[in-house]
Design a binder for this molecule. Structure first.
Ligand SMILES: N[C@@H](CCC(=O)N[C@@H](CS)C(=O)NCC(=O)O)C(=O)O
Length: 199
C-alpha cells in the first residue's frame, strides 16, 4: 500500500499512528507529498489535492477516516474501531470531536500562514479558535472516554500534538483542559506517537 504522506499533517499522522498501533505499518510505503507545491502530483491519487490518500489493491481511499476504516476492516490484527453498540458510539463521538478540532486547527493555520497578511480574515480565525476552545471543554468533560487505545484516542492525541506544533503561541489548551493535558502527557509517550512527532 502507498500512503501519500507529510510529517507535518495531523491527518496523515492519525493514519500512521493507527497503522502502527494496529500492526499494519510495515505494509505501508510512505510517499512524501507536498500538496502546496505548484507542481504537486497529489491529484494523481486524490482529485481533492489533499493528504492522506491510501492507494491499495482494493482502490484508493482519501481522507484519514476512510484510510483508518479500511486498515481496520481489511488488515489490522488489533482492531481499533469497535464493530457495534456502545463501544462504537463512544469512539465515533470522540473521533468526531477530535477530528473537527483538527480541521479547525488546520484551517486556522492555513488562513494565518498561507494567506497574504492583508487578506487574513480575523473573524474566520476567531471562529476556528472558538471551535477549539469549546471542543477542549467537551473533551475534558469526557476524559473517561479516552482511556482505551482506539481511533478516538489516537485522533485526540494527534490533534493535541498539532496544537503544540503549530498553535502553541496562540492557544494554551492545557490551561483550558488540565485533565486532558495529563492524559496527553502519558499518551504522547507511546512509541507510535514519539516516532511520528511533527517537525
Ligand atoms: N478531512 C481530511 C482532511 C485532510 C486535510 O485537510 N489535509 C491537509 C493537510 S493537513 C491538506 O492536504 N491540505 C491541502 C489543501 O487544503 O489544499 C482528512 O480527514 O484526511
Amino acid at each position: 500500500m502507498k500512503l501519500r504522506y507529510a510529517r507535518t499533517s495531523p491527518f496523515v499522522r492519525k493514519v500512521v499512528v493507527f497503522a502502527e498501533e494496529s500492526n499494519v505499518a510495515e505494509t505501508i510505503h510512505k510517499v512524501d507529498t507536498d500538496v502546496w507545491s505548484a507542481d504537486t502530483d497529489i491529484h494523481e491519487d486524490n482529485p481533492l489535492g489533499k493528504i492522506p490518500a491510501l492507494v491499495t489493491d482494493d482502490g484508493t481511499f482519501v481522507g484519514s477516516f476512510a484510510c483508518c476504516d479500511y486498515l481496520n476492516k481489511r488488515w489490522s490484527t488489533k482492531k481499533l474501531i469497535p464493530e457495534n453498540d456502545a463501544p462504537r458510539w463512544r469512539v465515533m463521538q470522540i473521533h468526531g470531536l477530535a477530528d473537527g478540532a483538527m480541521e479547525a486547527a488546520v484551517a486556522y493555520v492555513i488562513e494565518a500562514r498561507r494567506r497574504p497578511q492583508e487578506f487574513v480574515y480575523a473573524d474566520f480565525l476567531d471562529r476556528q479558535m472558538s471551535r477549539l476552545d469549546k471542543t477542549m471543554n467537551s473533551l475534558e468533560a469526557r476524559i473517561g472516554d479516552l482511556s482505551e487505545l482506539d481511533l478516538g484516542s489516537i485522533t485526540t492525541g494527534c490533534m493535541l500534538g498539532y496544537l503544540d506544533f503549530r498553535l502553541s503561541d496562540q492557544f494554551d489548551w492545557r490551561a483550558r483542559a488540565p485533565q486532558l493535558a495529563d492524559w496527553y502527557k502519558e499518551f504522547s509517550q507511546r512509541p507510535s506517537m514519539q516516532g511520528s512527532t511533527p517537525a
